[in-house]
Design a protein around this ligand. Structure first.
Ligand code: ATP
Ligand code: MG
Length: 324
């Protein structure tokens, strides 16, 4: 009888958890990008000029939504903007709590654009403040990071941090699936009002096969010290998010999306290099891509996808065999 009650409580808990995850959706659609929208209703709240980027915080007075307009100082970094849109679209497919990003094309006039003649990206505004700026949750770091040239991938410490909130486990799954290594404390926001974590800054994607690293690391962890129930709960959200990402984003679809983005922005590859940089034409002007090339990115898309599938099989086994 007790077993029966506990089992039902557990099912109810899982349903609550899933509905909480589903409620953290992106604030799209972007009404302010609609041709019929009158841009006079956009108010610039704040402008900030970073080392690499210019960010303007804006507010739409009609729908009462806040956004950020982001532009790199150098046109050579355009590929980073395309990746932000690509990763945002992937995240949206699985309801992952990161900012949604869209392109503002070069020829489109838009309030908050610093370089009028160049493209920019429009980001839904993420509430709260970054962990780095507030010093909140001092122990939390979910970046599957590199130490010097060594890429560490997921660690037991990251899994512990993921167990703090399903949001964090979802963001880590997104990073594993997209080979992204940029969610340091400065790019993770915590909102006290909703008690939610959010990710921003999706530019460093498809640079590493983090799926394979996660597979190797988790296999080693599994062979070593037993996972705690908290870690298993976090791995369950991580696995379920990976499954959803895999089901909704085939590598072919991701590559086609990337091609479509490059086409919309008029980015064309030239068959030459300048040092180790790739020469592209952007609106018929030369740019040197400082990130990996579109071709290398596509290789990573396929590798990460295959590894993520292998990883899910391993996680299925670990979770199924887990006993307290
Ligand atoms: N969607 C967003 N919601 C809220 N704030 C944002 C958003 N996007 C950017 N910002 C603010 O702008 C800052 C810089 O943006 P971001 O982290 O995306 O760029 P970056 O390339 O890391 O720039 P930098 O290296 O100068 O930090 C963030 O630290 C944050 O304060
Ligand atoms: Mg940042």
């Amino acid at each position: 009888m007790i077993y029966f009650i506990l089992r039902h409580i557990k099912i109810a808990f899982i349903i609550c958890l899933l509905s909480a995850i589903n409620s953290i959706q992106c604030e799209a659609p972007f009404e302010i990008l609609d041709r019929s929208y009158d841009q006079k209703n956009i108010k610039i709240i704040k402008k900030s000029d970073g080392k690499l980027v210019y960010v303007a915080r804006i507010e739409d007075q009609v729908y009462k939504k806040k956004y950020c307009v982001k532009q790199y100082h150098s046109a050579d970094r355009i590929f980073l903007s395309l990746k932000e849109v690509l990763i945002s679209r992937i995240a949206e497919s699985a309801g992952i709590p990161v900012n949604c990003v869209r392109l503002i094309l070069a020829e489109t006039l838009f309030p908050g654009k610093c370089y009028k003649e160049r493209m920019a990206t429009l980001h839904t505004f993420v509430p709260g403040r970054s962990l780095r700026s507030t010093g909140g949750y001092p122990e939390v770091d979910i970046k599957q990071f590199s130490q010097g040239r060594k890429i560490l991938g997921i660690t037991r410490n990251i899994i512990d941090n993921m167990s703090l909130s399903p949001n964090l486990a979802q963001i880590v799954a997104l990073d594993t699936f997209t080979g992204s290594t940029n969610h340091s404390r400065g790019n993770i926001f915590f909102d006290k009002e909703s008690n939610n974590f959010y990710g921003i800054d999706l530019k460093r994607a498809f640079l590493q096969n983090l799926g394979n690293l996660a597979y190797e690391n988790i296999k080693k962890m599994y062979a070593g010290k037993k996972f705690t129930s908290g870690q298993i709960a976090a791995l369950r959200v991580y696995r379920d998010t990976l499954k959803e990402l895999i089901a909704k984003n085939s590598p072919g679809d991701i590559c086609r999306h990337l091609d479509a983005l490059a086409k919309t922005t008029n980015l064309k590859r030239k068959m030459c290099f300048f040092g180790n940089k790739h020469v592209y034409l952007l609106n018929n002007k030369f740019v040197l891509l400082t990130s990996n090339s579109v071709k290398k990115c596509k290789v990573m898309i396929f590798q990460n996808y295959d590894s993520a599938k292998k990883l899910v099989t391993l996680l299925d086994e670990i979770i199924k065999k887990y006993t307290k």
